[in-house]
Design a binder for this molecule. Structure first.
Ligand code: HMG
Ligand code: MG
Length: 302
């Protein structure tokens, strides 16, 4: 088996991770989390989202967070923008990349962004155009690519359909997301393959939530296809507010440990990453969800 020599991780903890937190997390904590992630060697960080504060109150401080981060050269900062209103608001924060987010499931599209898949693409098209004109990169997140909390199993054809639509409006790269973490390796590979029919290998990333404990296996299955871009959350933070019961993304620490063990380069300092995870876990007042962090912290204490 030939795995990629190098993997790029987007830490989505500040956005996907924190969006689901009930207690308000101060902007200063989010800013320090971003700082600690870049100190640990992360080259891509999903910082916040420009969505309705009524829908996701935790992200209401988006402008403050974007204005407060100390940017480092060579690090890409991305933000979610579901529509032109969000995109226009995001511009002041000078994101390097914006993310439009759709779903392979009609029901999830309705619950998450209050419109059908077709309507979502109509809304995204002018956002994508405006971003590209402004020299901002565009990523498309595709939710529920293996399973949906409302529709159950999702056929790969639906993923291919969405990927094709994303491509047709100018989205440059896409995330294949297992929003509720129900995927298993072969199903995840099918969703990835359906996407790879529309996007090059370098432009497809894996975004696996770990609800059923399958995310590392699914990561390995994606690596097996040559996929080398992944999203994960430090300390395994998170979940989507519109996917009840779904837990966080796979922990970045766990993915980094897996990759290091396989001799795959990430450019990430695992010790510093664990410190970043401890910083946010202590703030939230609960233990990290990362198995690797737990193990290495126990070892440190000993
Ligand atoms: P809507 O209610 O259909 O939109 O929401 P609307 O155009 O009818 O506007 C209604 C109100 O929202 C108006 O305010 C607008 O101004 C305001 P009002 O007049 O009632 O005071 N509004 C906005 N405010 C701020 N920013 C905006 C914005 N747009 C409208 N951009 C909308 C549509 C998409 C905005 C809404 O449904 C929403 O915010 N949904 C939240 C979606 C979300 O953040 N979900 C979590 C992120 S996705 C995710 O986690 C999945 C991912 O990780 C991949 C995976 O794991 O699957 C990416
Ligand atoms: Mg997610």
């Amino acid at each position: 088996m030939k795995y990629p020599a190098r993997v790029k991780i987007i830490d989505v903890g500040p956005r996907d991770g924190l969006q689901n937190e009930k207690q308000p997390v101060p902007a200063a904590i989010k800013i320090e989390l971003v700082q600690r992630l870049q100190d640990a060697g992360l080259k891509e960080i999903e910082v916040t989202s420009y969505v309705s504060p009524k829908w996701v109150p935790q992200m209401a401080d988006n402008a403050e967070v974007m204005a407060g981060i100390a940017r480092r050269a060579g690090v890409l900062y991305s933000v979610l923008t579901p529509n032109l209103k969000g995109f226009e608001a995001a511009l002041a924060g000078k994101p390097d990349e914006i993310v439009v987010f759709g779903a392979a499931s009609e029901a999830f599209s309705q619950r998450n962004i209050n419109c059908s898949i077709a309507e979502s693409i109509e809304r995204f098209a002018p956002v994508v155009q405006a971003a590209l004109q402004a020299g901002i990169a565009v990523r498309g997140a595709m939710s529920c690519t293996v399973g949906c909390p409302y529709e159950g199993e999702i056929a790969p054809e639906k993923v291919g359909y969405l990927a094709g639509l994303m491509k047709s409006i100018g989205v440059q790269r896409v995330d294949v997301a297992d929003t509720i973490g129900v995927g298993t390796p072969v199903k995840v590979q099918k969703a990835l393959e359906a996407t790879l029919a529309h996007f090059d290998l370098d432009r497809v990333s894996g975004h696996f939530h770990d609800t059923y404990g399958q995310a590392l296996s699914n990561t390995l299955a994606a690596l097996d296809l040559g996929v080398w871009n992944f999203q994960s959350s430090v300390a395994g933070l998170g979940g989507c507010p519109y996917a009840k019961g779904a837990t966080g993304n796979v922990a970045t620490e766990d993915v980094v440990y897996l990759l290091q063990g396989m001799g795959i380069e990430t450019g990430i300092d695992l010790d510093k990453l664990i410190d970043a995870g401890q910083f946010i876990s202590e703030h939230l007042g609960r233990p990290t969800q990362s198995r690797v962090a737990k193990a290495l912290l126990t070892k440190r204490a000993g």
